[in-house]
Design a protein around this ligand. Structure first.
Ligand SMILES: [Zn+2]
Length: 54
């Protein structure tokens, strides 16, 4: 069990979750990155920058 750093919702990580995996908070929809497994820790994923081109 971990916690969404954005809204505080409890998030259960799948048993096959790996560090660096991205998931979406079911409560607030934020994109989260798994930063550690023992104990589980989540961080808000950096926004993926669009390739705007030149
Ligand atoms: Zn959330």
């Amino acid at each position: 069990m971990s916690e969404c750093p954005v809204c505080g919702a409890e998030i259960t990580l799948a048993s096959d979750t790996v560090v660096g995996e991205l998931l979406e908070c079911p409560d607030c929809g934020s994109e989260l990155e798994v930063t550690a497994l023992e104990p589980p820790a989540l961080a808000e994923a950096p926004e993926t920058e669009e390739d705007w081109g030149e």
